[in-house]
Design a protein around this ligand. Sequence first.
Ligand code: F6P
Length: 420
Amino acid sequence: MAKGNLLYAQSGGVTAVINASAAGVIETARKKGVRVLAARNGIIGALREDLIDTTKESTAAIAALRRTPGGAFGSCRYKLKSIETSRAQYERLIEVFKAHDIRWFLYNGGNDSADTALKISQIGKALGYPIATIGVPKTVDNDLAVTDCCPGFGSVAKYTAISVQEASLDVESMCESSTKVFVIEVMGRHAGWIAAAAGLAARKAGEPPHVILFPEIAFDEDRFLARVKATVERVGYCTVVVSEGVRNAAGQFLAEAGTRDAFGHTQLGGAAPVIAQLVKSKLGYKYHWALPDYLQRSARHLASKVDAEQAYAVGKAAVEYAMKGQNAVMPVIVRTSDTPYRWKIESAPLEKIANHEKKLPPSYITKDGYGITAAARKYLGPLIRGEDPPKYGKDGIPDYVRLKNVRLKKKLPKYSIEDK
Ligand code: F6P
């Protein structure tokens, strides 16, 4: 029996498979006789000493997490400042760790969360408390450095490609006398990985999507309208995929909600209606637009098997690294072969991942800026392979698990994150 407890927390936008990572963490720790506590709502729960005792969950409930979307323990957008400016917060974390004998901290998130994990790993040294911190990768945006891909991405990629394929069949049926342009908006902030994945819907040249608008390419209104018009005249309709992160030549987002989150990110969403309106006003075509928004990152019913397996594997590896005494690292996915697709997990330093953003390489975008290349297909293709459906109940609804999430008794004085 290892000495001490392991604290696991989820952070940032959740995915269809982040709970598979949680299952990988908890099942592996159980095998090693390590008790796993979970922080409610990420680092916020750690600060508030709002901790969940996962030993109260049955084996079946933890196994079912593997196929349940959302974040079972709650997630957050909350950025820890530097140790110098927010020393009190770090001291509080150490107090909480000490009070509950937490020796390992596993933070499941994207690049901002890797930064938080890295800072916490520095606390041990600065404040003299031995805490080993491991980042567990997750993000639908697929923009983490070092790792070949990010758990969460393969599933959103699969959902997006299939949705584009299906909606295009719908539009094609109606285009003679009704809708001519369908616009779908996908997530991805500054990186066009999800937009690129939509391109997988086209198995032959000329199939939809006909136009992909990437955040990596400045939006040119005239060229875009000319392309839409030519496509409608050629095939009768046009399917357009627009990334939420598309900007004009001046660098402004086509649509932003006007708010910022705790990390200072602009809240995005609404590029599709802007594009659709433009098409209507300049070309006069009837349109429909869709904003799958949270639907795309929670669509566990359409998860990629590869993605679900990788999500589980990084959770498992994180516990193994922690038990081997590694600190300030993240298990990353390394592609060892494209055909057949093979991958393995390796350990990488958090500082190479924290706050870096991996954009779509130019070689993945066709010369005209509206499609994906063979190189992109080679990279993206394997990530959406295989299905891993949830178990469905007799009522036709998936049997997703809800954990009991039994709170641990608090030992410390109340703490408010708001005054810090
Ligand atoms: O975590 C990444 C992501 O899913 C982005 O693609 C999206 O822009 C963002 O999160 C939305 O964040 P929130 O759910 O906090 O509004």
